[in-house]
Each structure stands twice: as structure tokens, then as C-alpha cells.
Design a protein around this ligand. Structure first.
Ligand SMILES: Cc1cc2nc3c(=O)[nH]c(=O)nc-3n(C[C@H](O)[C@H](O)[C@H](O)COP(=O)(O)OP(=O)(O)OC[C@H]3O[C@@H](n4cnc5c(N)ncnc54)[C@H](O)[C@@H]3O)c2cc1C
Length: 383
């Protein structure tokens, strides 16, 4: 999304400059957030594709190279290594995204029943298996109750499947919602029939005659037809790190101009840690679409001759859980307190400092409609 967004923004400012887009996947142009709400809408994976790689190349007058993993960056000679090929560049932009974190080894016997969904190709494989499942209802265990796990739980449940949601935390969306609001979401899920296994981790996945057997850390066992692992993402920094760029666990380090520690190399999207912002592990994450769109716009200006720092507004994240709608703007600093109002699923939670200043918020149910008014009062993520 970041790479394509940047290419579009550059092309709209400069009709001539040569652009090469290189991707390890199919190069289809699609909105990744729609993967976790497609099933209940009966959308096939192919229906999510807005343009294939050929269409992208034509529309952007760019070279698009698909299924082409870049293996190394030679910063000294400004070249990329792709197999035996050495591809020269003047300006390089890294938009390699983030990869799913896998908390335990998966036996190769289970490979066709255990999935992680982080792109359209992953989703195609998952849907092909699910659509082949005999009968209406598959038993699907989802491991991880963050945004991706909760959205798939809601979507696949709405599509008629039987869902078990397993997470080590006490409530869902622990990085977005304070516990009383997380509890409201857990109750909404439970009321609809999504079975929650909170404060439990998976000790092992095994095979029992075509069923996946999930053993939890307290010894409980449950059976599933399919398992979806949604335990978080880690920025794909290996390429940058091997080339000597400054990286941290939060991503490739950049300044507000998206410039990395290496001349002529910029980074944006899930892989970039912009001015210290992008910390997927600790509750504050800029791994969302709005920051990457703002980055694409600013970087396109910079690359076409107008150096422009990026600014992130106070953009709440909308979680696609129609069973209980959620909007949240996680605070950038640890709040002195969470002030919580509401009842029966309709909650507003305000993250405040010692003086009562609003730092962020979380909203559920009908309170979600307050998101615009509260976002106006909250500080920008990157001002
Ligand atoms: C199910 C799901 C739901 C989501 N819902 C929301 C939402 O509601 N709202 C929201 O704001 N965000 C949401 N997100 C997050 C959002 O989709 C991401 O922030 C966004 O897609 C990141 O874009 P990106 O371009 O940085 O990375 P990606 O879109 O992952 O692209 C990375 C690209 O880099 C390529 N690549 C990686 N390594 C190499 C290599 N060595 N050589 C060549 N190519 C390489 C990959 O093939 C891929 O094309 C969701 C994410 C998921 C998975």
C-alpha cells in the first residue's frame, strides 16, 4: 500500500521520472484492510483487486516487477541484488511492510490448516481451504485478539462459522482499549456465540485425524478445522539492516523527511519508524493506512524537489467489529489515568495527563460517533 501510494503521488507530480515498483507478491492493487471484512460481504479475494500489476504499470507508466524478492542492497554502488541481476537506482524507497510474528513452530503436517493472513495471496490460500470445507460451518480457532484477530473473528462469525478466540491478555484489543471497554467487546462477542479463551496461551498445535488439536497452557484442549494465527506483526527490516541502515525493533529509523541513515534511501509504511513513532510491540503503533498515506504524499514532494516533513494527525483507528463498533486513538505517552463514562457497551474512555489534558481516547458502541469531535481535541500523533 505504501509503495503504490508513493508511486501514485510521485506520478501525479512528475509525469516523466522513471519509476520501478518491485514486489515479492502478486502486485495486485487492493486495500489490505478489506481482507478482514470480505467474508461476511461474500466478496471473493479476486473481487478485492482494484487493478492487477499490468493495470498498475499502465496507469502509473511504471515498471512493475512481481514475485521478485530483492535480496540485497549495495549502498556503495547504488544497486539492488535480485538473483543474478544487479539493478541500479538513483533513489531507493523501502516499503517492505511488516511480517506476521509466529509465536511457535508449526508442524508441516498442519500447514494446509494453519494460516497467517497478511496479504491477498495469504487470503487467497485461506479462502480456497475454507471454501472447500464440507458443510456450512467450519470450526475456526483464532489465536490473538488484536485488531486483525478481532476483525476476522467478527467477519467469519458473521459469515456463519464457529469461532474460538484465544489470547494471553484478559480482554480483546489490549493495545487499543482499556480493560472495561475490552470487556464490553468480549461480552458482545460472547453474546453472539464467539467463544473467548482469554488469559490463555497456546502450548501446542497437533493433528488428530484431520482436526487441529489446540492445547492451551492450562491443559485445556480444543479442536478446530482451521486455525488463524494473528499474533502481531514485525517490521521487515532485514534487507535494510544487512545493508547497514540504522534500524530498531520498531522499524527502519527515519527522520520526518522519511530519510534513513543512508543517503538516497527513504522508508515509509509499516517498515518505517518515523521520528521514533511506530512501536508495534508496546501499544502505540503508526502501522495504519492514514500515516502511510500522509508519508507517501510528503515523500513524493520531497523526491520531486520540494523537501516536505511528514505530519501525522490525531487519526483514530476504526476497528471493523460490527458486533460492537470500536474507535480508538491510543495515547502517545502513558496517561496518568483513563476516565471512563458509559454503560451497556456504549463507552467513552479518555486518556488524560495529570492536568486533565486529553492525550487519546477509546470509544465503543454508539459512542463511536464522538470520534471526530474528540480527534479535534487530541494532540496530533506527529505534530
Ligand atoms: C487483516 C488486516 C486488516 C487491517 N485493517 C486495517 C484498518 O482497518 N485500518 C488501518 O489503518 N490499517 C489496517 N491494517 C494495516 C494496514 O493494512 C497496513 O498498515 C498497510 O497495509 C501497510 O502497508 P505497507 O505498504 O507498509 O506494507 P504491505 O502492504 O505489507 O506491503 C509490503 C510490500 O513489500 C513487499 N516486500 C517485502 N519484502 C520484500 C523484498 N525483499 N523484496 C521485494 N518486495 C518485498 C511485499 O511483497 C509487499 O508487496 C490491516 C492489516 C491487516 C493485515
Amino acid at each position: 500500500m505504501a509503495g503504490l501510494g508513493l508511486a501514485r503521488a510521485v506520478r501525479s507530480r512528475d509525469a516523466e521520472c522513471p519509476i520501478t515498483l518491485i514486489t515479492a507478491d502478486s502486485g495486485d492493487d487492493y486495500a489490505k484492510p478489506l481482507l478482514s471484512s470480505a467474508f461476511a460481504k461474500r466478496q471473493t479475494p479476486d473481487a478485492l483487486v482494484m487493478r492487477d500489476a499490468v493495470g498498475v504499470a499502465e496507469a502509473l507508466r511504471a515498471q512493475v516487477r512481481i514475485h521478485t524478492p530483492v535480496e540485497a542492497i549495495d549502498t556503495l554502488n547504488r544497486r539492488l541484488r535480485i538473483g543474478a541481476e544487479q539493478l541500479p537506482y538513483d533513489q531507493l524507497v523501502l516499503a517492505t511492510g511488516a511480517a506476521p510474528w509466529q509465536p511457535f513452530a508449526i508442524d508441516s503436517l498442519l500447514r494446509d490448516r494453519v494460516f497467517q493472513i497478511n496479504d491477498l495471496d495469504d487470503y487467497r490460500r485461506f479462502r480456497a481451504t475454507l471454501d472447500r470445507h464440507p458443510g456450512q460451518q467450519a470450526r475456526i480457532a483464532i489465536i490473538g485478539a488484536g485488531l486483525v484477530g478481532c476483525e476476522f473473528a467478527n467477519d467469519l462469525h458473521s459469515g456463519g462459522h464457529r469461532i474460538a478466540l484465544i489470547a494471553p491478555e484478559a480482554t480483546p484489543l489490549p493495545r487499543l482499549l482499556p480493560p472495561p471497554l475490552g470487556q464490553a467487546l468480549a461480552e458482545a462477542f460472547d453474546g453472539a456465540g464467539i467463544r473467548g479463551y482469554f488469559e490463555r496461551s497456546v502450548a501446542a498445535l497437533g493433528d488428530n485425524d484431520g482436526e487441529v488439536v489446540i492445547t492451551l497452557d492450562d491443559g485445556d484442549r480444543l479442536e478446530a478445522d482451521l486455525v488463524l494465527i494473528a499474533t502481531g506483526l514485525q517490521p521487515r527490516t532485514a534487507l535494510a539492516e544487512a545493508a547497514g541502515l540504522a534500524v530498531s525493533p520498531a522499524g527502519i529509523l527515519t527522520d520526518r523527511y522519511l530519510a534513513t541513515s543512508e543517503a538516497n534511501i527513504h522508508a515509509l509504511g509499516d517498515v518505517a519508524c518515523v521520528d521514533g513513532l511506530n512501536a508495534p510491540g508496546n501499544g502505540l503503533s503508526a502501522m495504519y493506512v492514514q500515516p502511510l498515506q500522509a508519508s507517501a504524499k510528503a515523500l513524493a514532494a520531497t523526491l520531486t524537489g520540494t523537501p516536505t516533513p511528514v505530519r501525522y494527525g490525531a487519526w483514530p483507528v476504526m476497528v471493523k467489529t460490527p458486533l460492537l463498533p470500536v474507535a480508538a486513538l491510543p495515547p502517545r505517552q502513558t496517561p496518568a489515568r483513563w476516565r471512563i463514562e458509559g454503560e451497556a457497551g456504549d463507552f467513552s474512555a479518555f486518556a488524560e495527563d495529570e492536568t486533565g489534558r486529553l492525550l487519546g481516547f477509546a470509544l465503543t458502541g454508539r459512542c463511536v460517533r464522538r470520534k471526530v469531535e474528540l480527534a479535534r481535541a487530541a494532540p496530533p500523533l506527529l505534530g
